[in-house]
Design a protein around this ligand. Structure first.
Ligand code: NAD
Ligand code: ISE
Length: 336
């Protein structure tokens, strides 16, 4: 069986995922697309040579009998309405992060899914499929470092567009770390604090950048994450776990070391596409298989919600300058 997928949002990752599904993965076809920018949707169809209909709206795409499953890759603030519409239509939906920009929005999605009575939603937390992060997780799970005590991390992007504002550093950028660390440590967050450094002259007027997020988990593990989205030099993801008996670093992406003209150097990636290429392949192939088998197993609405609860506290901490406590509600049985 071929899973017939409709894509809502045909920007950078919408096109990446569509290319991946049609040229690399198996078991699915992109047969419908939609974007508020219609020309962009049509242009993607011709660039990728897709046999896909361009729909006037995401809602019409979701309602179409031709569409079995929906990929939501529009801007974060639009995800909730499309995921809710897909659940209402009884369709599987892969939603890029964030599931919704607030915990309240994610809560509405969980309630709709629970009412539907079966898991229909997978969230695009692809780092869980990355080989390097899995090596780190194994080193925590097998206790080879002793108990994990601290994590030092950094999330750096070369630049961000004008529409990127300060809270997006949390719900668009840090949201990856918020999911990854609760998965890595099998723990939840207890508090968050955000400290702003001197602002970079490369940051535009609507974003305070860089910033340092300090988290504490319920087991007392301390985490610091530098979020620096105008670092200029490249896309750089760092993570070091400090244990009682050793430390482990997230592996750097493989690259050639070139010695030339009196220098020794390695290329630095410029964006997320190649950094997590394999992880994207695995997560989406998993979604296609699980949707076909009627049993979703990837990151759930609960995971989207739990990250958003911590995200809300971080946004509050950005505004208050205080340590904000995080009270994670109990996971509903539906998501156990
Ligand atoms: P983008 O700006 O390149 O593309 C977004 C597209 O959505 C645009 O074409 C825009 O016209 C369209 N859009 C906006 N509002 C819409 C609406 N209401 N209905 C339909 N289309 C709409 O952005 P992007 O970088 O592709 O990011 C899209 C989403 O994917 C974001 O949520 C982002 O956080 C996520 N993302 C995830 C990763 C990852 O590593 N997992 C990487 C990049 C982006
Ligand atoms: C982008 O939206 C992503 O999700 C990337 O993975 C992330 O690292 C980047 O900071 C975001 O802008």
């Amino acid at each position: 069986m071929t899973l017939r997928i409709g894509v809502i949002g045909t920007g950078m990752i919408g096109e990446e995922h569509s290319r991946r599904i049609t040229q690399t993965l198996s078991g699915a076809a992109i047969i419908a697309v939609s974007d508020v920018n219609h020309e962009q949707a049509s242009a993607m169809v011709s660039r990728l040579n897709l046999d896909a209909k361009v729909y006037e709206s995401g809602e019409q795409l979701i309602a179409s009998d031709d569409v079995d499953a929906v990929l939501v890759t529009s801007w974060g603030q639009t995800h909730e309405e499309y995921v809710l519409a897909a659940i209402k239509a009884g369709k599987y939906v892969f939603c890029e992060k964030p599931l919704a920009t607030t915990a309240e929005g994610c809560q509405r999605i969980m309630e709709a899914e629970i009412t539907a009575g079966r898991r229909l939603v997978q969230v695009g937390f692809m780092r869980r499929y990355d080989q390097g992060y899995n090596l780190l997780k194994n080193s925590i799970d097998d206790e080879s470092l002793g108990d994990a005590l601290m994590i030092h991390a950094a999330h750096r992007n070369p630049t961000v567009p004008e529409r990127y504002i300060t809270p997006m550093a949390i719900h668009d950028t840090l949201i990856h770390e918020l999911d990854t660390f609760r998965w890595l440590l099998d723990d939840e967050y207890a508090s968050a604090q955000v400290i702003f450094s001197k602002k970079s002259r490369h940051a535009h007027s609507q974003v305070r950048d860089p910033q340092m997020v300090l988290l504490e988990t319920t087991r007392g593990i301390r985490i610091d994450v530098e979020v620096f989205v105008n670092c200029q030099y490249g896309y750089d993801i760092q993570c070091t776990v400090v244990g009682e008996e050793g430390i482990a670093h997230l592996p750097e992406p493989q690259s050639l070391t070139v010695l030339k003209a009196g220098t020794r150097g390695n290329e630095i990636l410029q964006d997320w596409k190649n950094r997590f290429n394999n992880a994207f392949d695995i997560e989406l192939q998993g979604f296609i298989q699980d949707a076909t088998d009627n049993t979703l197993k990837g990151p759930s609405s609960w995971d989207g919600y739990a990250a958003a609860v911590a995200g809300d506290a971080c946004v509050k901490a950005q505004e208050s300058g205080q340590i904000e406590s995080i009270d994670m509600p109990t996971r509903p049985d539906f998501y156990r």
